[in-house]
Design a protein around this ligand. Structure first.
Ligand code: DOR
Length: 420
């Protein structure tokens, strides 16, 4: 059992009753009717939380709807996912939020928290109605996919959001520096003849936003950080006691722009995969806490949008189901500790949000948990992925380590077929 909230990493029995964890059973205390499960060799962790998921309902259900997305989340070990607002129409008002929540309730399984937009229609012109979104249960706002580049608007967003104790999540990209960009701006882009997206386009926005967040003292979160140049700004903001947090994706931790060679559209993503020096700095910053948590940026796209010329392909990597398998490679090669990995997928993610209790396996906690076979080898395939889309660089590749079961509120939301 790995339970970062209590610094627990030990072998222990766990008793679950009426949707809650009851700790280790005493001898003779287990009723005869109890179902007993031998999970020797597995890890049990609190359920994973993803602060950055794109489901495509409403509007583009052929890529992912709420039902397929929640199934994919459960298969990846996630018991709570937070969805980005770039649906069609955009989630910038309470009627969309409430419809999404209602659909998620009907589907059941993994819990879903819709995030709202910062600006109406993600147009970057006027603020969405934050009070209305907050009332509908939205704890965070983001124009993800687009950056709020107008400094006056961003300042106002931070001021308003702090009135409602909401988190503002920024997609950090100075769009003036990334016109026509297809991948990271470096030697590989030059060799492939593709226009580059320089690190500085991210670093500039991170630095500016931290200056603004320092003035408003509001909660500010950097989405999918990719550049080593952003890290000193975040560290300095934390050292000053600002409420600044950051997330990193499994693909930015595991891959570099070398994966794009061959014009692999499954590796076309925004922000782009960067160089080894960035990847290594991101892993180090995750391990030391400069980066708070791991978020998948699950971005499903259909084969129509990916099996085409690189310049035409949509940006995004399908990430919910492969996250754990790719991240465990970092634990095995010694770059990341297992406890920090679990913490970054659970407690540290929850702490970024204003009102999400930190998940734990302590007595009395809701039974949201993930069971992992850390050494089981498997391959994500078109037939086995729960997601409607298959745009992952790990399609048909061997991964080591997989989620075998996911429990939400005492009910199994996922059982791996060979584990029932
Ligand atoms: O790669 C990405 N895909 N980055 C984003 O910011 C948006 C996302 C999407 O919606 O597909």
């Amino acid at each position: 059992m790995i339970d970062p909230a209590r610094s627990v990493d030990r072998v222990q029995d766990l008793w679950i009753e009426h949707g809650r964890i009851l700790g280790a059973p005493q001898q003779g205390q287990v009723p005869e009717s109890a179902e007993i499960m031998d999970l020797t060799g597995h890890w049990i962790t609190p359920g994973f939380i993803d602060l950055h998921t794109h489901l495509r309902e409403p509007g583009q259900e052929y890529k992912e709807d709420i039902a397929s997305g929640l199934r994919a989340a459960a298969a990846g070990g996630f018991t709570t996912i937070c969805t980005m607002a770039n649906t069609r129409p955009v989630n910038d008002n309470k009627s969309i939020t409430l419809a999404m929540k209602e659909r998620a309730r009907e589907v059941g399984g993994t819990r879903m928290i819709p995030f709202g937009a910062i600006t109406r229609g993600l147009r970057g012109e006027e603020l969405a109605d934050m009070g209305e979104l907050r009332e509908a249960g939205v704890p965070a706002i983001s124009d993800d996919g687009r950056c709020v580049t107008d400094s006056a608007l961003m300042l106002r967003a931070l001021e308003y959001a702090s009135n409602f104790d909401m988190l503002v999540i920024q997609h950090c990209e100075d769009h003036c520096l990334t016109q026509g960009a297809q991948m990271h701006d470096g030697p590989t882009a030059h060799r492939l003849g593709l226009r580059g997206w320089p690190r500085e386009a991210e670093d500039i926005i991170v630095a500016r936003d931290i200056i603004l967040a320092g003035r408003t003292r509001s909660r500010y979160h950097v989405a999918h950080i990719s550049s080593k140049g952003s890290l000193p700004w975040i560290k300095e903001a934390k050292d000053r006691g600002l409420r600044v947090t950051a997330e990193v994706t499994p693909h930015h931790l595991a891959l570099t722009d070398a994966a794009v060679v061959g014009y692999n559209t499954f590796c076309k993503v925004n922000p782009p995969l960067r160089e080894e020096q960035d990847r290594a700095a991101l892993v180090q910053a995750l391990q030391d806490g400069t980066i708070d948590c791991i978020a998948t940026d699950h971005a499903p796209h259909s084969s129509m949008e990916k099996e085409c010329e690189f310049e035409q392909a949509s940006v995004g990597i399908n990430g919910l189901e492969t996250a754990l398998g790719t991240l465990l490679a970092l634990v095995r090669n010694g770059e990341l500790s297992a406890t920090r990995l679990v913490e970054a997928l659970t407690t540290s993610a929850a702490r970024c949000l204003p009102d999400l209790p930190a998940p734990s396996l302590a007595d009395g906690a809701p039974a949201d948990l993930t069971v992992i076979a850390p050494d089981l080898e498997w391959s994500p395939t078109k037939n086995t992925l729960r997601s409607r889309s298959h745009n992952t660089p790990w399609l048909d590749q061997r991964l080591r380590g997989v989620v075998t079961r996911t429990m939400v509120g005492g009910n199994w939301a996922h059982i791996r077929p060979d584990h029932d």
